[in-house]
Design a protein around this ligand. Structure first.
Ligand code: PBG
Length: 323
């Protein structure tokens, strides 16, 4: 039975019908807002490529978190920009480092707000790579120790979830061991399991001052051409003890999100990265697309592909649009 008996337009005729049969819904609880913590007080350094976003000193992060709590946003993920960078990323695992201070302040004020931390070294190394550089190369195994120490220091400060984004092999296992040894058996790991070497991180590197000073990240982040390899990355991270997995970026990797959804029965996040945000904002500011519609469509597509939650710079704007 086809046309004229079947007419799919019947269920599109009014907003109330469309709403009834909508397959994918968005709620603020599915969003996680990335925040950039910087030293000082009363400091707000706007990120030119990411309108509405800024590096914020710890005191100014608190009003952002208040907004998140009020809007019912799922949580925040913190990135730190330290006073100083060095060869050994010491700011990353300093118990009084910028991220640790930010976590403490936020959890004190908003104990119920979910606080995740990005566990990586690139914001803390003088060369901007995500690990220990020896003879011009990132040494995988030596980096694991920094990551483990960093994760433990974040949880000591009060982080609810740690999210390693460095793409070293074995880091989830190293972090799990270190957390367990420190008594943090109950702290989940959200692994940036399938993280690609992507041009869409451009604005973030301005935001986090983390661009590599030489070379690129292709020896540790994934090749954008590879989908099957993402499944192996995820499988290994789960074996090492990841509680949740993530695909990053989102929009150019919706097929990877879908494949991961079909294959793994664990909570799946996706990161709508800085470049995805900036592209929409830039086009909207030029009057080329409608910002709110493009925002909602992009977020819906990520959920439709299979992500349970989305790390997004639109977390507040989308939550307001849904209210
Ligand atoms: C740290 C990290 C990056 C992002 C999240 N964690 C940058 C990178 O890998 O270069 C990118 C996030 C974004 O673009 O919004 N390694």
């Amino acid at each position: 039975m086809a046309f004229p008996v079947q007419r799919l337009r019947r269920l599109r005729s009014t907003e109330s019908i469309r709403s009834l049969v909508r397959e994918t819904r968005l709620t603020p609880a599915q969003f996680v807002l990335p925040l950039f913590a910087c030293p000082g007080e009363g400091v707000r350094k706007d990120i030119s490529s990411m309108p509405g976003h800024a590096q914020l000193s710890v005191d100014l992060l608190l009003p952002e978190c208040a907004d998140c709590a009020e809007l019912g946003i799922g949580g925040v993920i913190l990135f730190g920009i330290p006073e100083e960078k060095d060869e050994s990323a010491s700011g990353a695992y300093d118990p009084h480092g910028i991220t640790q201070r930010a976590v403490r302040a936020i959890k004190k004020e908003f104990p119920k707000l979910l606080v995740m931390t990005d566990v990586c070294n690139c914001e803390y190394t003088s060369h901007g790579h995500c690990g220990f550089v020896r003879d011009g190369k990132v040494d995988n195994d030596l980096t694991l120790d920094w990551l483990a120490k960093t994760a433990v220091s974040h949880v000591c400060a009060g982080a609810d979830i740690v999210a390693p984004s460095d793409m070293m092999d074995g880091r989830v296992g190293a972090i799990r061991d270190a957390l367990d040894a420190a008594g943090f058996h109950g702290t989940p790991i959200l692994s940036y399991a399938a993280k690609y070497a992507s041009a869409f991180y451009g604005p973030f590197r301005e935001a986090a001052e983390s661009a590599p000073q030489f070379g690129d990240r292709r020896s540790y982040q994934m090749d954008c051409a590879n989908g099957r390899e993402a499944m192996r990355e995820i499988e290994l991270d789960l074996e090492e003890g990841a509680d949740m997995i993530m695909v990053k970026p989102a929009m150019a990797y919706l097929d990877v999100i879908r494949a991961a959804r079909e294959r793994f029965d664990v909570p799946l996040g996706a990161y709508q990265v800085s470049g995805e945000f900036s592209m929409i904002m830039a086009a909207a500011r030029n009057g080329w697309i409608e910002q709110d519609r493009a925002m909602m469509e992009s977020l819906t597509s990520i959920r439709r592909a299979g992500a349970d939650f989305i790390l997004t710079y639109f977390a507040k704007a989308a939550s307001r649009a849904l209210a």
